[in-house]
Design a protein around this ligand. Structure first.
Ligand SMILES: [Zn+2]
Length: 277
């Protein structure tokens, strides 16, 4: 949820914020971030040109790697699609959608003193920002991302003061997928369910508007792509409202996600049933 949407919703709720605060949550800071852990991280040059994955054996969902304690350095954010050890397993151009790097929209990095390593992906969760978005132009889209990042990671009392923007990827109205919080780090998008959970947010309020066709096409393609990279089963693809008490991602996007997962289940010769909390 963006600052603008949050403030609007807060006003509408007459200051009753309890429900809104559960929309996302930054985990507690890690127990210790030491210089020795940073020093133990592999050098950037050794990880920058790893070959794209040719099988899903590169990751073992839910299993912490032996090198877990090496994670936590500034180098971890370098890879768009890291494996559990932070090594690249795909290039941006491997994705079936346009992927915009974080450095193209912000110069800021995450606060590494209060962020946890991801250590692999086994879950995907879809959100909306809850702020109405009617344009697909680059500049206002980049501005909206920076606006949300500022709300989530800003230092002001009205900001959430998290380590970074909550989500890993943002799908805009044109269908571009923007890198947000580096996937090497755990997100802050589902209270109590952030471990190994890749967070995707669509710009818009899908209680009051519908996602654009380009947005939905890219969302489906991107989810398919990251499911393949990280071997995420269909029953681990959620919407926020399926994991917590929230209307996120809005009724029109929830409906699309239900239809899409049914279609995927049929194609994969498996079953999928809607989950409610
Ligand atoms: Zn959400």
């Amino acid at each position: 949820m963006s600052r603008r949407a949050f403030l609007a919703a807060s006003a509408a709720a007459g200051g009753l914020l309890a429900g809104l605060w559960s929309c996302e949550e930054e985990p507690a800071p890690p127990r210790a971030v030491t210089t020795s852990r940073a020093a133990a991280a592999p050098p950037r040059a050794a990880t920058a040109r790893a070959a794209p994955a040719t099988s899903t054996a590169a990751t073992s969902p839910g299993t912490a790697p032996a090198t877990q304690t090496a994670l936590g350095s500034a180098d971890l954010g370098a890879e768009l699609f890291p494996d559990a050890q932070g090594r690249a397993i795909a290039k941006p151009t491997d994705a079936p959608v346009i992927v915009v790097r974080r450095s193209d929209w912000t110069a800021a990095g995450p606060n590494l003193t209060q962020i946890r390593p991801m250590n692999g992906v086994d879950t995907i969760t879809v959100h909306h920002t809850a702020g109405e978005m009617r344009t697909d132009a680059w500049r206002p889209t980049a501005g909206e991302l920076e606006h949300i990042r500022g709300f989530h990671a800003g230092a002001a009392a009205t900001d959430r003061q998290w380590a970074d923007i909550a989500y890993h990827f943002v799908v805009d109205r044109a269908g571009r997928v923007w890198q947000a919080r580096p996937l090497a780090y755990q997100g802050a998008h589902v209270k109590g369910h952030n471990e190994h959970n890749l967070g995707i947010v669509l710009l818009g309020n899908f209680e009051t508007q519908t996602p654009s066709a380009a947005q939905l096409w890219s969302l489906a393609g991107f989810i398919g792509f990251v499911r393949g990279l990280y071997a995420v089963p269909l029953d681990r693809v959620f919407t926020h409202g399926e994991l917590g008490q929230t209307n996120c991602p809005g009724k029109t996007l929830q409906s699309y996600m239900n239809r899409t997962r049914r279609a995927w289940a049929a194609a994969e010769h498996t079953s999928w049933t809607p989950r409610t909390t």
